[in-house]
Design a protein around this ligand. Structure first.
Ligand SMILES: Nc1ncnc2c1ncn2[C@@H]1O[C@H](COP(=O)(O)OP(=O)(O)OP(=O)(O)O)[C@@H](O)[C@H]1O
Length: 252
């Protein structure tokens, strides 16, 4: 099966500093892959090489089997950046911001009935239907994050790429986002997401790729740790019983 995302020996530098040192990463159709690792390990940079915001210094990136520099089908990809403000100082309603995510699917940048319905479904999916006419300036951080996710969903993408979608999001919003993601995956979407902890998304995750200092140090089942053990930086030093798998600082 052809991967929807494929990174082969990808290296990248930021300000002459090597940040990715030859990483391999593949996401197959229908898979949910979590990208984990400590602060500064290169997770965001890896995501940004995929969408073309950071140039490669070596290796290659393919999307849906096409070299990234030749890839034009961005309507198939929904991207949720690391938390920023969606408004950028310009007052806009939730519906306006989410509609902007649908433009990649339209001809001549005109939203037709089916497009408007997709926008409404995306707003509904993140539980903001009753606020659609509100300005995004009036939203909390977690609600804001839901708007960014709705904007990505509005294009009905086959592939969702999300950089820490749960950052700063309260548990109620996290549950809504987990339910939304579950529906997308049930409908056949593939997902690559940066996470700090697995949290409510844990049951959805098929595979975890862990970065450390710009290298992949684990690619396989997600760490099934709970509580403190799931947190990056946790060092697993206390003794284990024989039945318990040992995970020595996997995420640190
Ligand atoms: N514009 C930049 N110029 C120089 N170095 C940068 C730049 N952006 C990031 N870096 C460095 O690259 C490294 C990787 O950063 P990156 O944001 O990819 O890490 P991350 O794993 O996503 O971290 P976090 O969990 O904190 O979001 C860090 O050491 C960071 O300081």
């Amino acid at each position: 099966m052809q991967p929807v995302i494929s990174l082969t020996k990808v290296s990248a530098e930021l300000g002459a500093r090597p940040v990715l040192r030859g990483i391999d990463l593949a996401v197959y159709p229908g898979e949910v892959v979590a990208l984990l690792g400590a602060n500064g390990s290169g997770k965001s940079t890896a995501i940004r090489t995929i969408i073309g915001q950071v140039p490669l210094s070596g290796g290659s990136v393919e999307l849906f089997g096409t070299a990234r520099r030749r890839f034009r089908d961005w309507g198939r990809v929904g991207y949720v950046p690391q938390r920023t403000t969606a408004a950028g100082g310009v007052p806009a309603t939730i519906r306006e911001v989410v509609s902007s995510g649908r433009l990649s699917r339209t001809r001549f940048k005109i939203l037709r009935k089916a497009d408007r319905e997709a926008v409404d479904r995306a707003i509904d999916a993140v539980g903001l239907a009753d606020r659609a006419k509100d300005s995004v300036d009036a939203l909390s951080g977690g609600q804001h994050q839901r708007v960014l996710i709705a904007r990505a969903l509005a294009a009905e993408p086959e592939l969702l790429i999300m950089d820490e979608p749960m950052a700063g999001v309260d548990i109620e919003s996290q549950e809504i986002l987990a339910a939304t993601l579950r529906e997308q995956v049930a409908a056949g979407a593939s997902v690559l997401l940066v996470l700090h902890e697995l949290g409510p998304l844990e049951p959805l995750i098929d595979r975890a790729v862990v970065l450390r200092d710009g290298c992949v140090v684990h690619d396989g089942p997600p760490p099934r740790a709970v509580g403190q053990h799931a947190l990056p930086g946790h060092d697993h030093v206390h003794p284990h019983t024989a039945a318990e798998p040992v995970r020595t600082g996997l995420l640190s």
